[in-house]
Write a new protein. Structure first.
Length: 208
Protein backbone atom coordinates (compact mmCIF):
# COMPACT_ATOMS: atom_id res chain seq x y z
CA UNK A 1 0.00 0.00 0.00
CA UNK A 2 1.53 3.29 -1.14
CA UNK A 3 -0.06 6.69 -0.53
CA UNK A 4 0.88 10.04 -2.03
CA UNK A 5 1.43 13.26 -0.07
CA UNK A 6 -2.17 14.44 -0.33
CA UNK A 7 -3.56 11.07 0.75
CA UNK A 8 -1.21 10.94 3.73
CA UNK A 9 -2.21 14.44 4.80
CA UNK A 10 -5.92 13.59 4.52
CA UNK A 11 -5.50 10.35 6.46
CA UNK A 12 -3.38 12.05 9.12
CA UNK A 13 -5.94 14.84 9.53
CA UNK A 14 -8.79 12.35 9.91
CA UNK A 15 -6.81 10.43 12.53
CA UNK A 16 -5.95 13.58 14.47
CA UNK A 17 -9.42 15.15 14.44
CA UNK A 18 -11.14 11.87 15.19
CA UNK A 19 -9.23 11.69 18.47
CA UNK A 20 -8.80 15.34 19.47
CA UNK A 21 -12.22 16.71 18.46
CA UNK A 22 -14.61 13.74 18.45
CA UNK A 23 -17.59 16.08 18.78
CA UNK A 24 -16.96 17.33 15.22
CA UNK A 25 -16.09 13.93 13.75
CA UNK A 26 -16.63 12.48 11.12
CA UNK A 27 -15.52 15.53 9.12
CA UNK A 28 -17.30 17.34 6.33
CA UNK A 29 -15.28 18.03 3.18
CA UNK A 30 -14.83 21.68 4.13
CA UNK A 31 -13.67 20.83 7.65
CA UNK A 32 -11.28 18.22 6.27
CA UNK A 33 -9.76 20.67 3.78
CA UNK A 34 -9.19 23.13 6.64
CA UNK A 35 -7.63 20.41 8.79
CA UNK A 36 -5.27 19.41 5.98
CA UNK A 37 -4.17 23.01 5.38
CA UNK A 38 -3.60 24.03 9.01
CA UNK A 39 -0.61 26.29 9.50
CA UNK A 40 0.19 24.72 12.89
CA UNK A 41 1.17 21.12 13.64
CA UNK A 42 1.90 20.43 9.97
CA UNK A 43 5.19 19.85 8.22
CA UNK A 44 5.18 20.81 5.47
CA UNK A 45 2.26 23.23 5.40
CA UNK A 46 0.12 22.35 2.38
CA UNK A 47 -2.55 24.11 0.31
CA UNK A 48 -4.83 21.32 -0.84
CA UNK A 49 -7.93 22.23 -2.83
CA UNK A 50 -11.32 20.56 -2.41
CA UNK A 51 -10.60 18.65 -5.62
CA UNK A 52 -7.28 17.41 -4.19
CA UNK A 53 -8.99 16.19 -1.02
CA UNK A 54 -11.86 14.59 -2.94
CA UNK A 55 -9.41 12.68 -5.12
CA UNK A 56 -7.43 11.53 -2.07
CA UNK A 57 -10.63 10.39 -0.35
CA UNK A 58 -11.76 8.47 -3.42
CA UNK A 59 -8.43 6.65 -3.74
CA UNK A 60 -8.33 5.75 -0.05
CA UNK A 61 -11.94 4.61 -0.09
CA UNK A 62 -10.90 2.08 -2.74
CA UNK A 63 -8.13 0.91 -0.40
CA UNK A 64 -10.51 0.54 2.54
CA UNK A 65 -8.85 3.32 4.54
CA UNK A 66 -11.73 5.80 4.42
CA UNK A 67 -15.51 5.59 4.62
CA UNK A 68 -18.07 8.10 3.36
CA UNK A 69 -21.11 8.73 5.52
CA UNK A 70 -23.94 10.43 3.65
CA UNK A 71 -27.00 12.08 5.09
CA UNK A 72 -29.62 14.51 3.78
CA UNK A 73 -27.41 17.55 4.27
CA UNK A 74 -23.73 16.82 3.70
CA UNK A 75 -21.34 13.91 3.24
CA UNK A 76 -18.87 13.25 6.04
CA UNK A 77 -15.70 11.20 6.15
CA UNK A 78 -13.98 8.94 8.67
CA UNK A 79 -10.78 6.91 8.58
CA UNK A 80 -10.71 3.11 8.89
CA UNK A 81 -6.99 2.67 9.54
CA UNK A 82 -7.58 1.03 12.92
CA UNK A 83 -9.12 -2.02 11.31
CA UNK A 84 -7.42 -1.94 7.91
CA UNK A 85 -3.92 -1.79 9.41
CA UNK A 86 -4.75 -3.64 12.67
CA UNK A 87 -3.66 -0.76 14.88
CA UNK A 88 -4.36 0.20 18.47
CA UNK A 89 -4.70 3.72 19.88
CA UNK A 90 -0.97 4.30 20.60
CA UNK A 91 0.05 3.00 17.17
CA UNK A 92 -2.50 5.14 15.35
CA UNK A 93 -1.39 8.23 17.32
CA UNK A 94 2.25 7.72 16.36
CA UNK A 95 1.47 7.04 12.71
CA UNK A 96 -0.88 10.02 12.53
CA UNK A 97 1.89 12.31 13.74
CA UNK A 98 4.35 10.86 11.23
CA UNK A 99 1.81 11.47 8.44
CA UNK A 100 1.26 15.07 9.52
CA UNK A 101 4.77 16.15 10.55
CA UNK A 102 7.22 13.88 8.78
CA UNK A 103 10.23 12.15 10.41
CA UNK A 104 10.49 12.67 14.19
CA UNK A 105 12.39 11.38 17.18
CA UNK A 106 10.67 9.36 19.92
CA UNK A 107 10.95 12.37 22.25
CA UNK A 108 9.24 14.63 19.71
CA UNK A 109 6.52 12.06 19.13
CA UNK A 110 5.87 11.70 22.85
CA UNK A 111 5.52 15.46 23.34
CA UNK A 112 3.31 15.95 20.28
CA UNK A 113 1.11 12.91 20.90
CA UNK A 114 -0.21 14.22 24.18
CA UNK A 115 -3.64 15.15 22.82
CA UNK A 116 -4.03 11.81 21.04
CA UNK A 117 -2.35 9.42 23.46
CA UNK A 118 -0.36 9.90 26.67
CA UNK A 119 2.91 7.98 26.79
CA UNK A 120 4.48 7.59 30.22
CA UNK A 121 7.98 8.00 28.81
CA UNK A 122 10.02 7.97 25.61
CA UNK A 123 10.68 4.25 26.07
CA UNK A 124 6.99 3.64 25.51
CA UNK A 125 7.11 5.47 22.19
CA UNK A 126 10.19 3.53 21.12
CA UNK A 127 8.43 0.27 21.96
CA UNK A 128 5.52 1.24 19.68
CA UNK A 129 7.91 2.21 16.88
CA UNK A 130 9.78 -1.08 17.24
CA UNK A 131 6.47 -2.94 17.06
CA UNK A 132 5.45 -1.08 13.90
CA UNK A 133 8.88 -1.68 12.36
CA UNK A 134 8.84 -5.36 13.25
CA UNK A 135 5.59 -6.23 11.49
CA UNK A 136 5.57 -8.62 8.55
CA UNK A 137 5.01 -5.52 6.42
CA UNK A 138 6.80 -2.77 8.39
CA UNK A 139 4.99 0.55 8.74
CA UNK A 140 7.93 2.62 10.00
CA UNK A 141 11.70 2.70 9.69
CA UNK A 142 14.45 4.23 11.79
CA UNK A 143 16.54 6.80 9.92
CA UNK A 144 20.26 7.37 10.22
CA UNK A 145 21.08 9.78 13.04
CA UNK A 146 21.80 13.33 11.96
CA UNK A 147 25.15 14.87 12.94
CA UNK A 148 24.97 16.33 16.43
CA UNK A 149 21.58 14.72 17.10
CA UNK A 150 21.06 12.72 20.28
CA UNK A 151 18.27 10.57 18.84
CA UNK A 152 17.48 8.99 15.50
CA UNK A 153 14.29 10.00 13.75
CA UNK A 154 11.64 7.60 12.51
CA UNK A 155 9.66 7.73 9.27
CA UNK A 156 6.50 5.97 8.12
CA UNK A 157 6.62 3.64 5.11
CA UNK A 158 3.19 4.27 3.62
CA UNK A 159 4.70 6.46 0.91
CA UNK A 160 6.96 3.60 -0.17
CA UNK A 161 10.26 2.07 0.86
CA UNK A 162 12.96 4.45 2.06
CA UNK A 163 16.19 4.12 0.12
CA UNK A 164 19.41 4.27 2.13
CA UNK A 165 20.24 7.67 0.65
CA UNK A 166 16.82 9.03 1.55
CA UNK A 167 16.90 7.46 4.98
CA UNK A 168 19.85 9.64 5.88
CA UNK A 169 17.53 12.66 5.41
CA UNK A 170 17.57 15.41 2.88
CA UNK A 171 20.10 17.28 5.00
CA UNK A 172 22.48 14.38 4.73
CA UNK A 173 24.00 12.23 7.44
CA UNK A 174 27.68 11.90 8.07
CA UNK A 175 29.54 8.72 7.30
CA UNK A 176 31.01 6.64 10.11
CA UNK A 177 34.45 8.12 9.45
CA UNK A 178 33.13 11.69 9.49
CA UNK A 179 31.20 11.00 12.68
CA UNK A 180 34.38 9.74 14.34
CA UNK A 181 36.16 12.96 13.38
CA UNK A 182 33.29 15.03 14.80
CA UNK A 183 33.35 13.06 18.03
CA UNK A 184 37.11 13.57 18.33
CA UNK A 185 36.68 17.31 17.80
CA UNK A 186 33.95 17.42 20.42
CA UNK A 187 36.15 15.56 22.89
CA UNK A 188 39.00 18.01 22.20
CA UNK A 189 36.69 20.97 22.77
CA UNK A 190 35.49 19.46 26.03
CA UNK A 191 39.11 19.04 27.15
CA UNK A 192 39.83 22.66 26.20
CA UNK A 193 36.81 23.94 28.11
CA UNK A 194 37.82 21.93 31.17
CA UNK A 195 41.37 23.29 30.98
CA UNK A 196 40.06 26.86 30.76
CA UNK A 197 37.74 26.30 33.70
CA UNK A 198 40.68 25.02 35.77
CA UNK A 199 42.74 28.08 34.86
CA UNK A 200 39.91 30.44 35.80
CA UNK A 201 39.46 28.62 39.11
CA UNK A 202 43.22 28.87 39.81
CA UNK A 203 43.20 32.61 39.09
CA UNK A 204 40.22 33.16 41.36
CA UNK A 205 41.95 31.23 44.15
CA UNK A 206 45.14 33.26 43.64
CA UNK A 207 43.19 36.51 43.93
CA UNK A 208 41.50 35.27 47.07
Amino acid sequence: MTLNAAELRVLGALIEKGITTPEYYPLSLNALVNACNQKSSRDPVMELSEADVRTALFEMEQLGLVRVLSDARVSKFEQLAYGKLSLGRPEIAVLGLLFLRGPQTPAELRARAERMYTFDDTTGVTAILDRLAGREEPLVVQLARLPGARESRWMHLLSGAVENAAATSERGAVSAAEETVLQDRLAELERLVKSLEERVEALEQARG
